[in-house]
Design a protein around this ligand. Structure first.
Ligand SMILES: C[S@@+](CC[C@H](N)C(=O)[O-])C[C@H]1O[C@@H](n2cnc3c(N)ncnc32)[C@H](O)[C@@H]1O
Length: 187
């Protein structure tokens, strides 16, 4: 099962579910608003674009892992904002423990986030995530939470290639931001 945390309008889930028909792909978000349309579409008949293997639900990180504890084979957190951005970028140990609690041992992890001077103070005050020393700190903090990851800077163009709605918005945004990708697995 693949879980996309902070899925927004569910674009990533729809694409991945279409590409991997034998994988159950679940998208969760703190906000129900963006989930209504993709849920309706997924529930349609296959001939009308329905996706039997895509599901959506409301799950704020603060309430995770909940019923998904230990069920996830692969986890994405793509271009989060707000408390989810803080959680993965600071990072917050209790939040990482919640993400780890979702995962089976060996589950794949792919997190991409970015921030810059225009973003909320909690992350704005941090050194840029692409800086080598900052990436080393992230790797250590994730290791302490039970994730073995490599941290690589991502260019705006690389971010724009991610199949999500915000990837396209951020790729064309004029705000100054650095991006990093954390790729690895749960230990
Ligand atoms: C910038 S959008 C990105 C959405 C999608 N991943 C994309 O790339 O298009 C950030 C998403 O994170 C969600 N989010 C923020 N804080 C959250 C939290 N604590 N728990 C779950 N989702 C959260 C927001 O509701 C929003 O949908």
């Amino acid at each position: 099962m693949h879980l996309d945390f902070g899925t927004g309008d569910g674009t990533y889930v729809q694409r991945r579910a279409r590409l991997e028909p034998s994988t159950l792909v679940i998208g969760v978000d703190a906000s129900a608003e963006g989930l209504r349309e993709p849920s309706r579409k997924a529930a349609a008949k296959p001939a009308r674009g329905g996706l039997a293997n895509a599901l959506f639900g409301v799950l704020p990180l603060e309430r995770a892992p909940g019923e998904l504890a230990g069920l996830v084979d692969s986890l994405t957190v793509l271009l989060p904002w707000g408390s989810l951005l803080r959680a993965v970028a600071l990072p917050e140990a209790d939040a990482l423990a919640r993400l780890r609690g979702l995962c089976k041992p060996g589950a794949a992890l792919h997190i991409v986030f970015g921030y810059g001077p225009g973003d909320p103070l909690a992350v704005q005050a941090l050194p840029g995530p692409a800086a080598e020393a900052r990436r080393a700190e992230l790797v250590q903090a994730y290791a302490a939470a039970g994730f073995a990851v490599a941290a690589r800077p991502r260019s705006r163009a690389e971010v724009g290639e991610l199949p999500t709605t915000w990837a396209k918005k951020l790729a064309f945004s004029s705000h100054e931001r650095q991006f990093v990708a954390l790729v690895g697995c749960a230990q």
